[in-house]
Design a protein. Structure first.
Length: 345
């Protein structure tokens, strides 16, 4: 079987890296179509088992990149024509309409209910749309729920374990003695009119800078001058190692919130976009995340939670993480089986 995977975000590579490995182990031929961004190039180089092609990017702007969208559509269509896959698959399916139009099965995995525009332009061309069981939006007859979430595909402990030695490469971080703050770039179409932590980050840092080492990871390295002393440019292939030994995570990014939870790290997520079903599940069933849509409520909660954390709290978080893993399927194997099954059909 020949599988073309469209990956347009760094998180896509994390999701696909182990399914690609298993597909190849089962004798299938895979090609990942990446995107021309430094972080994505670094990831496919780090995960060197991923066969990939990265088309040249037409623009560095990302507010409403119509030209880039059309260019990406064309690149996917060319890849379908040249690679001649049996299956095309992606997260969200934003650029894979050509697969359906060219008669190639198009399988989408998505977990973000708020991507309304993407659902409208992508799903009519899909053969099936797979969503976590906690996904609350009804996507119609093509939707298939499964017992998992995206981040468990690479952080459930079966294939990746955080390595404490990696911390030595990043300022001699001490396990359990630092806090990670993840700030988003807020430069995409679905970010318009939304906000996250904002200036409340200064309140958090002033409260804890003498107690915990503060590590800020900023998307696209965009930070005001006052915060740059806390910036730590962690290579993307090391980020989950650093995340896995943090005491606490404060984030505007939904993926980072879920990743931290899957590693058993208590996390506060502040973002005004619509709620995600998987983050609500991680809060309601496992107590690993607290979700807020504005900093006025989220920041006091973050301060109170971090202030109250002790060693017994962290033991409980690890137990909750283990229950999370036990309650869900092996997402990597599920994805591989879906693709093999779609080809047989």
């Amino acid at each position: 079987m020949r599988i073309l995977i469209e990956a347009h975000h760094p998180g896509d590579i994390h999701f696909w890296k182990y399914p690609v490995q298993e597909l190849q182990d089962r004798g299938h031929k895979v090609l990942m179509l990446g995107r021309d961004r430094d972080v994505m190039r670094r990831l496919v180089e780090a995960y060197d088992w991923i066969p990939h092609k990265i088309p040249k990017r037409s623009s560095n702007r990302n507010r409403f990149p119509l030209k880039e969208m059309l260019s990406r559509q064309w690149a996917v269509a060319q890849a379908v024509h040249r690679f001649r896959p049996d299956i095309v698959s992606s997260l969200f399916g934003s650029y894979c309409q050509s697969a359906g139009m060219m008669g190639c099965p198009n399988i989408i995995f998505t977990d973000s209910e708020f991507q309304h525009f993407n659902h409208r332009i992508a799903h009519p061309f899909a053969d099936a749309v797979y969503t976590p069981y906690c996904f609350w939006k009804d996507l119609g007859s093509k939707q298939v729920h499964y017992n998992g979430i995206h981040e468990l595909a690479f952080l459930d402990g079966r294939r990746f374990v955080p390595d404490q030695k990696v911390l030595e490469n990043h300022g001699n971080l001490v396990p359990g003695k630092y806090v990670v703050i993840r700030l988003s770039a807020w430069n995409t179409f679905h970010d318009i009119n939304h906000q996250g932590i904002g200036k409340a980050v200064f309140e958090f840092i002033n409260r804890f800078k003498d107690t915990w080492q503060i590590v800020i990871s900023a998307e696209e390295n965009q930070l005001p001058e006052e915060l740059r002393q806390y910036a730590m440019p962690v290579p993307p292939e090391d980020f989950h190692h650093v995340l896995g030994f943090a005491r606490f995570v404060l984030t505007e990014g939904a993926s980072t919130a879920s990743e931290a939870a899957c590693l058993g790290i208590p996390t506060v997520y502040i973002n005004s976009t619509e709620p995600r079903g998987y983050l609500q599940m991680l809060e309601d069933r496992y107590g690993l995340v607290q979700n807020f849509r504005e900093a006025g409520m989220g920041m006091p909660a973050a301060i109170n939670w971090l202030s109250s954390l002790d060693d017994s709290s962290m033991v409980k978080m690890r137990a909750n993480r283990q229950k999370l893993i036990e309650d869900h399927c092996d997402v990597t194997k599920f994805v591989v089986n879906v693709l093999e099954g779609a080809h047989k059909e």
